[in-house]
Design a protein around this ligand. Sequence first.
Ligand code: SF4
Length: 395
Amino acid sequence: MVGDVPVGGGAPITIQSMTITKTADHEATLQQIYGLAAAGCDIVRCTCNEPEAAEGLARIVPRSPVPIIADIHHQYRRALEALEAGVHGLRLNPGNIRKPEHIKTVAREAKDRGIPIRIGVNGGSLDPALYDKYGGKVTPEAMVESALQEIAYFEEVDFDLIKISVKASSVPLMIEAYRQLSEVTDHPLHLGVTEAGPPPTGTLKATAGIATLLAEGIGDTIRYSLTADPVEEAKAGRQLLEAMGLRERKNVDLIACPSCGRAEVDVYTVAQDAMTAFGEREIPLQVAVMGCVVNGPGEARDADLGIAAGNKRGHLFVKGQNVMVVPEDEMVDTLVEWAEFIHEHGADAALEKAKATKDAARKAAQEDRDRNLGERGEDANESEAVIAEIRRSEG
Ligand code: SF4
């Protein structure tokens, strides 16, 4: 447990992030923590790099909506002060707190208070002795050995409230390090690609590493380390876990067709406008934006709600059933309005509400479908010509 949040042992995967304010500035830090919690962050880490930061933690912890972990580098005394401040967890970097007696002192104090510690091995700050031992480079084996050394110190004082991370900025390196670590320990693992950089590349790198491991059943808690507002880290973490079905959906899952020769609207713009309109509204529904009424309602029949374009109008459908027709420039507003209604009252109530408009909507959709097929034919994407070319080159 990190405060009241379970980590490991089959608990839902949790999302972490880190404040970038000075921890001594407790009001600014709390403001950032509230922003992170609102974005779906379960646990927040704050640096504890100076005595004033520990004092800041004493003010932050009682007012924080989520558990707080103190990040400790170099000075083991900061760990003791953070424990005194009431933090719910510590993160120690074995690469820069190396004296066994210091590590054990912190572990003893954490044990007395029942506070967990993350062993945060970082490829960029590996213990120089291990770096030398593994041929002057950071290897997965060296990172795992660093973690195991630290565990051994903790075991000497009978402390086992441990989480471990073996982060690196190289995705293949961190994936291999976590795979090896998962073979030798049952402690919960905290996943991350360190210094991933600014979005979108940083987000992509972090996703590649974290998602690969989660898909293999490795990992219990995650952090995106982005060069961006920490709220972006929390959002990315939540989106990944929702996309992988590892956390309950909080926001809209917007799906959209890729558009093709049959599209009757600029799907990219409508989808983007819909994303903006749904924004931070917590509506956990799947909503579809489809470029044509010929295939849209069928392709997105599993969505809770969707809209398909046809002849300058939008055909709204609920669970694949046409419910009403709106002018093209009202497509996005209508989607949001109906999504809110379904979220509050359910899809059956929405179908009931559409009782008076359903028949006309179905008829209008059929008209636009026929018109589209009439104008563009059965083969709007000219696939047959391409297939004929393939067959010619095969022959
Ligand atoms: S057929 Fe219609 S719904 Fe499917 S990709 Fe093309 S425009 Fe979109």
